[in-house]
Ligand binder design. Structure first.
Ligand code: UDP
Length: 237
């Protein structure tokens, strides 16, 4: 059956979801809109949608090849990606290989400081609350995920971190931290979902330490588009 893009079903900050003629699949459309600080800062990163779609497609394919089930099916066009329809587990799963961002702020540590072992954190996906940090037991208590699901998410997340650290390293980039989201299909099967792009990863150029991610927008560092373009070049060729 040829997949056809149908009506809009949801619009988020960086993407729009469209139904298709198959109830098991949706199209995720990547916008240029950029937000930061719980959407208090808004802007546009020209062609971000095109670059994030490209980068995410390459990374999802790489992870699939390495036995991580992802919602990715195929890249349909510049901004459209066909994905499995999943309901998102309301958790943002953050992995950190070096101190940065909210960890630096929370613990009064220096950005770029090494960590003896990577850190895994959970945040509750709720814009109105500003995505508060939560414990695993909290996720279980409120039934945001079952124990077996949390275990799967943790196992996959550690594996994804090892795979992506090496992937980026081989392309001249240090993976400082990143955020993952997971979703379940109608049968309850779990997949890595959302996107993997400079919007949700901290990527520092090896050697120079130059930031090549959304921090350039968050912190008004300039060269925002150029940095996304550089990541795209390094990852997608
Ligand atoms: N992140 C994200 N979405 C969020 C919050 C964080 O994609 O709503 C990503 C962010 O880009 C970074 C990592 O998760 O790569 C850790 O973010 P942090 O907790 O340091 O928060 P930040 O200071 O970026 O708001």
């Amino acid at each position: 059956m040829k997949i056809e893009k149908k009506e809009k079903i949801y619009e988020g900050k960086a993407k729009i979801l469209y139904a298709t003629n198959d109830p098991n699949y949706v199209v995720q459309y990547f916008k240029d809109d950029a937000t930061a600080f719980n959407a208090q800062k808004k802007g546009t990163i020209v062609n971000k949608g095109i670059m994030n779609n490209k980068i995410s497609a390459v990374i999802f394919k790489f992870l699939e090849k390495n036995k991580i089930p992802t919602h990715f099916v195929e890249k349909l066009s510049d901004r459209d990606m066909l994905v499995r329809k999943v309901s998102i587990v309301p958790l943002e799963v953050v992995v950190r290989n070096k101190v940065a961002g909210s960890l630096a702020k929370r613990l009064g540590m220096t950005e770029g400081q090494a960590l003896k072992t990577p850190v895994l954190e959970f945040f509750y996906k709720d814009d109105a609350l500003g995505d508060p940090m939560i414990s695993e037991s909290c996720a279980l208590a409120f039934e945001w995920a079952k124990e077996a699901e949390l275990n799967k998410i943790k196992t996959w997340t550690w594996k994804i971190n090892s795979l992506l650290q090496k992937f980026f390293d081989e392309r001249g980039v240090e993976l400082i931290d990143f955020k993952l989201e997971f979703g379940k299909d109608a049968k309850g099967k779990m997949y890595l979902a959302d996107e993997i792009s400079p919007d949700g990863c901290r990527l520092w150029e090896k050697g120079t330490g130059e930031k090549l991610d959304k921090d350039r927008f968050r912190r008004d560092l300039g060269k925002v588009e150029e940095s996304y373009e550089k990541v795209c070049q390094l990852i997608c060729g």
